[in-house]
Design a binder for this molecule. Structure first.
Ligand code: CP3
Length: 316
């Protein structure tokens, strides 16, 4: 069992740097496109045999040190908004008008394929499995007009986020109970909140989420674009605008190569990967991109990223 990734998050000794890639199962892989030719994206998410197959692809092809469940941040919203479509990004037929539309949902009953995929993956994998969810604010940007509510009705905005946080907490604990060994929270839009508004509106729900998962002994990575924000996670996932060494001084860190650096040549990727990782080589660091891998990425460049990280010596 390769548990480098979990040891790095616990700041225990590691012999080399663990690496995985956000959106590592996706359209840049011909093997993923072959599966997608046969079924649409939501069917893929809802069919455990297929979700497992594409989750395993990057582990076999790239040799990454962690797998991430193949799903989408909108999947736990399907029982709330059954008409969600993907083309290729999420399309919501009728955005939510009122927080009370987000009721009390039981993932075990309503989206059982998520737990089933996780249980099947744990039997198949020799690297840790990451479960995930969208941060409440990021979910709100896709499912309601949260930007208008922030301007016009801050109380209602807060109510939406509180309900989304509760739904997300249940969803994450469901994944942990099924066997997820780490959790990543994707806050792809949280950076658009000014610091004070982030504190008032988004941070309380995020702190509850992180605490609930960590109370089960499972590490949490909080990924956000833009400035580093403390929400009580085990580690921060950061993008290329953040200085890694500085972030590492504040705690375990994951990141942060700009995805477009993988559009060049394997030699250039190797140089960029070394420049990123050498200054922070050691435990408490997980190598990754600063956002999802781009569909036009050459597979050779993704492979060069992983193998270069694996070649960097770790100081103890
Ligand atoms: O990382 C992984 O390999 C696991 C799977 C995963 C997907 N989406 C699969 C996917 C994860 C972790 C996500 C997270 C996600 N989804 C986020 C947060 C991360 C980020 O990129 O900011 C967001 C904002 C979404 C919402 C979403 N879903 C968008 C914006 C899109 C379209 C973007 C695109 O890549 O075209 C999706 C669709 C989606 N989710 C695809 C995949 C592989 C492409 C669908 C296809 O195969 O046609």
């Amino acid at each position: 069992m390769n548990d480098l990734f979990l040891r790095a998050l616990r700041e225990e000794p590691v012999e080399r740097i663990p690496v995985w890639i956000m959106r590592q199962a996706g359209r840049y892989l011909p093997q993923y496109r072959a599966v997608r030719e046969k079924v649409d994206f939501l069917t893929l998410c809802r069919t455990p045999e297929l979700a497992v197959e594409v989750t395993l692809q990057p582990v076999a092809i790239l040799g990454v040190d962690a797998a991430i469940l193949f799903s989408d941040i909108l999947v736990p919203m399907l029982p709330v908004i059954p008409g969600i479509r993907f083309d290729p990004g999420p399309k919501i037929p009728e955005p939510l008008e009122h927080p009370s539309q987000i009721g009390d949902h039981d993932p075990e009953k309503e989206i059982p394929y998520v737990g089933e995929s996780i249980r099947m993956l744990r039997r198949a994998l020799r690297v840790p499995l990451i479960g995930f969810a969208g941060a409440p604010y990021t979910l709100a940007t896709y499912t309601t007009d949260i930007r208008r509510l922030r301007r016009e009705d801050a109380k209602k905005a807060r109510e939406f986020l509180d309900r989304l946080a509760l739904l997300t907490e249940r969803y994450l604990l469901y994944q942990v109970d099924a066997g997820a060994q780490a959790i990543q929270i994707f806050d792809s839009w949280g950076q658009e909140l000014p610091a004070a508004e982030f504190e008032a509106l988004a941070a309380p729900g995020l702190r509850r989420l992180c605490a609930a998962v960590r109370a089960r002994g499972v590490p949490v990575i909080y990924f956000a674009r833009g400035p580093l924000r403390d929400v009580g996670a085990t580690a921060c996932g950061v993008d290329w605008t953040v200085d890694l060494a500085e972030a590492r001084r504040r705690g375990p860190v994951q990141g942060n190569l700009a995805p477009d650096r993988l559009l060049s040549s394997p030699e250039d990727v190797a140089r960029a990967a070394r420049a990123m990782a050498e200054p922070v080589a050691g435990t408490g660091y997980v190598a990754n991109l600063g956002h999802g891998i781009l569909p036009e990425t050459p597979v050779e460049c993704a492979k060069a990223f992983v193998s270069t990280i694996h070649s960097i010596p770790c100081k103890r």
